[in-house]
Write a protein that binds this ligand. Structure first.
Ligand code: GDG
Length: 762
């Protein structure tokens, strides 16, 4: 073991180095330049750091060494048997499927679990030996979930963070694991547990509450080590309580990972890479359209679904060879695991069938490459592709999507992205698809290829802005900042408006209004989304409609002469995702600027003056973002939104003030302040005019509109006294009626469904 003690330790299953053996027999360790290494370089600048991990070869571990890039590494050994049981077995055949929605069935073996524990203990000892007093220890990923608690036991002086690169499953799936409590206790040894998405953090805290009986407040889990045995009273422990340790307070939050934007962009700008991109297109026969897929050959990546969509596109004649061709890089992965071998057979048979049916002499439909390539070649492929298809069924983040965006400095290309990849929460300007919906996927692939080049460039510009602002350096620094942040106090959660007393309209009064409305010949029922159908969440894409909400809307829309719309400030793409792409509902996004019913207005094409105004605003917004890294900026096609939800009051006020100062400088924008949001809209439409337009379009004589926010107030003002306007929650309102919360909205709509049903049956 090394005598070196470090104040910053990274622990990951794999060291970021590969052994290179030269023809003359000499060898060297070369750093494999992954995102994590780049991120760590930027946080290790003023510290002494050591990376603890497996060197990639079974057997005795090499002695600690320093790589040619100056990275100190502390190898941990794995025997051949441990590689099979701990890595291939427990990590990849037990945990991986459970953590990815059980796409394939997990396998449970006690021997694998024993090996996982042994290897985690070995990692913990290696960390404890190299950690200086009060060192910072950052442990990565699902292979090492027991390590935080094991390190804490050996070295209570160190500060421990954990980052989970893959999703954390809902407790219903996680609970299948026979060792579920051990894993949670292992993770709760950390001071801070980071996840890719807030849903993952939420799944984890829920699992802790349900399986360990922790008390959770906001983003903090308070855990009394041993207390879960309360469920397990025994003769030697009649009270069932072993709580002789102090309670532990663990913060859990989402800190989504990213890529080295600047490095990738620079690589893609090198003459060699640009020339190679051209060469690739030439070698493919200079097709009009090159589609690309780059994935580890893993069943989570949705390669089969993608191939099915492609097969149908060729069958339908929507795409043909030689003008369109697909390149699928399927990097070899976990090749000794049965599910991966089976996947390879299936993918290769699908590719074979597509080529058999649709390729010609000298023109291939799918170029399938089961190999890995140097990063320069990857960058060239990204530059050569007109669309990248990223269609996982479940993915923690998906770095390939972000790498593609970072490489497209020419603003070319288009990103087709599964809504089940963590990246979809940030990359909202991608062509979002549900990989299970082959029809939708086909449509979006065609849109990505055929959309107006201007629109495609605008999307790419916006995607690039996002990835540039949230690159891997900012990820690492945000992680460290979040780790140091004091726990969010619960008082922020307790002040949700509808937990205070309120006076909803008397049921009889509302019922009378609903009855009169239901009797109108043709009606428009419209509701806002956030705060009306779905409770607010810290991360906008985590919002979910309360149970029954979407169902009752769809049932209403099935009735004759009843149009149902969801009218929101969100952009149309995210609204589609959050409502589940229902065909029967009309969706109106961006405060009316993106009505799904009017394809000419969809996406609201900006005039060049509007685009210039937006660009000027973006420069100032970037400035604001650099001064206030915790401010969240949402980009909509025709607006920018400053979110301060979940931030400390003083900080939110500062950010708001900075936002208002921007409003003064950018007078072309309509600035609307909502709940913890400030929206700058260049296209001045508004929910009120959008509702009136829609009512006219469908010939509705009466409108019911329910909403909770300031922008809804403006809509209430536009409607007449014969319409039914419903305020949700507390606060001053111009609406005629009021209900308490989202669940009360559902009850009201169910009442309306019954009344409307009776009315149309008469
Ligand atoms: C896990 C989570 C999360 C692939 N083939 C080649 C190659 N790659 C590189 C890609 C990318 C990386 O491998 C793959 O990263 P992904 O994010 O796409 O997927 P996972 O391997 O499943 O990673 C995932 C990630 O952790 C980080 O937190 O995003 O959700 O599952 O960087 O470019 N690189 C080279 N040649 C190849 O052939 N050079």
């Amino acid at each position: 073991m090394s005598n070196k003690q470090a104040d910053f330790i990274i622990a990951a299953n794999r060291l970021p180095v590969d052994r290179i053996v030269h023809p003359d027999g000499t060898q060297e360790w070369r750093t494999s330049p992954g995102g994590l290494v780049t991120a760590m370089e930027s946080v290790m600048q003023d510290r002494t750091g050591v990376w603890v991990g497996w060197a990639g070869e079974a057997g005795e571990a090499p002695e600690p060494f320093t790589t040619e890039g100056g990275l100190d590494v502390q190898p941990v050994s794995l025997s051949e048997r441990e590689f099979r049981d701990y890595y291939e077995g427990f990590s990849n055949e037990t945990l991986w499927p459970i953590y990815h929605d059980v796409i394939v069935e997990p396998t449970f073996h006690r021997r694998w679990w024993a090996s996982y524990r042994t290897v985690n203990e070995r990692f913990a000892r290696a960390i404890a030996e190299v950690a200086a007093q009060r060192a910072t220890v950052w442990i990565h990923d699902y292979q090492l979930q027991l390590v935080p608690a094991l390190v804490r036991e050996l070295r209570p002086d160190v500060r421990i963070g954990f980052f989970n690169h893959i999703p954390f499953p809902p407790v219903e799936l996680f609970a299948q694991l026979p060792w579920r409590r051990h894993l949670l206790r292992g993770l709760l040894g950390a001071d801070f547990v980071g996840f890719q998405r807030t849903t993952d953090a939420g799944n984890f805290t829920r699992a802790c509450r349900q399986l360990l009986g922790t008390s959770n407040k906001g983003d903090v889990v308070t855990y009394q080590p041993g207390s879960e045995y309360a469920h397990n009273k025994t003769a030697t422990n009649p009270s069932g309580v072993l709580a002789d340790e102090d309670p532990r307070v663990v913060r859990c939050a989402a800190v989504p990972i990213s890529v080295d934007f600047t490095g990738l962009e620079a690589l893609a700008k090198t003459p060699a890479v640009k020339a190679r991109a051209k060469e690739i297109r030439t070698s493919l026969g200079n097709p009009e359209t090159v589609l690309l897929g780059v994935d580890r050959l893993d069943y989570t990546k949705g390669i089969r679904h993608r191939m099915r969509a492609l097969t149908e596109l060729f069958q339908d004649g929507e795409i043909t060879t030689p003008s369109t061709t697909m390149v699928q890089i399927a990097t070899p992965s976990r090749e000794r695991v049965a599910a991966y071998r089976e996947l390879r057979t299936q993918v290769e048979s699908l590719v074979g069938r597509i080529n058999g049916d649709h390729a010609g002499l000298g023109s291939t439909a799918v170029h399938y490459l089961h190999q890995s390539y140097p990063r320069e070649e990857m960058a060239a492929l990204f530059l050569a592709a007109d669309a990248l298809l990223v269609t996982p069924l479940r993915d923690g983040m998906n770095l390939v999507a972000k790498e593609y965006v970072a490489c497209r400095h020419d603003l070319g290309g288009a990103l087709v992205l599964s809504e089940f990849a963590g990246a979809a929460q940030e990359l909202t300007q991608a062509y979002t698809v549900n990989p299970h919906d082959i029809v939708g996927m086909k449509q979006n692939i065609l849109r990505a290829i055929n959309d107006d080049p201007q629109d495609r460039r605008a999307r790419m510009r916006s995607l690039r802005r996002r990835v540039r602002a949230h690159d891997v350096h900012s990820w690492a620094h945000r992680y460290l900042a979040a780790w140091q942040q004091p726990p969010k106090s619960l008082s922020a959660c307790d002040t949700r408006p509808w937990s205070r007393p309120m006076t909803p309209s008397a049921p009889a009064v509302l019922l009378t209004a609903l009855r009169a409305f239901a009797d109108q010949p043709h009606v428009l029922v419209a509701v806002d989304f956030d705060g009306t159908l779905a409770p607010f969440t810290d991360q906008p894409m985590d919002a979910r409609a309360v149970p029954g909400a979407l169902e009752v809307l769809i049932d209403l829309s099935a009735l004759p002469q009843t149009t149902v719309a969801v009218v929101s400030g969100r952009d149309l793409a995210s609204l589609r995702i959050l409502t589940g792409h229902p065909d029967d509902l009309v969706l109106v996004g961006s405060h009316g600027a993106e009505p799904s019913w009017d394809s000419t207005a969809e996406g609201h094409r900006l005039t060049s003056a509007e685009q210039n105004a937006l660009n000027a605003l973006d420069n100032d917004v970037e400035e604001l973002r650099s001064q206030h890294p915790l401010a969240r900026i949402e980009e909509k096609p025709s607006a920018r939104v400053l979110h301060t939800r979940g931030l400390a009051e003083a900080l939110a006020a500062d950010i708001n003030a900075a936002g208002m100062a921007l409003a003064d400088r950018h007078e072309h924008f309509t600035v609307t302040a909502g709940k913890d949001v400030l929206e700058f809209a260049v296209a001045n439409v508004g929910k009120g005019p959008a509702l009136l337009d829609l009512a006219q379009e469908v010939n509705a004589g009466a409108i019911l509109f329910a909403g909770d926010d300031t922008t809804d107030e403006l809509a209430f003002e536009c409607l007449s006294a014969d319409d039914v306007t419903v305020k949700v929650g507390l606060g001053e309102t111009k609406a005629l009626y009021r209900v308490g919360n989202e669940l009360a909205v559902v009850e009201m709509l169910q009442e309306l469904l019954t009344l409307r049903h009776q009315s149309v049956a008469r």
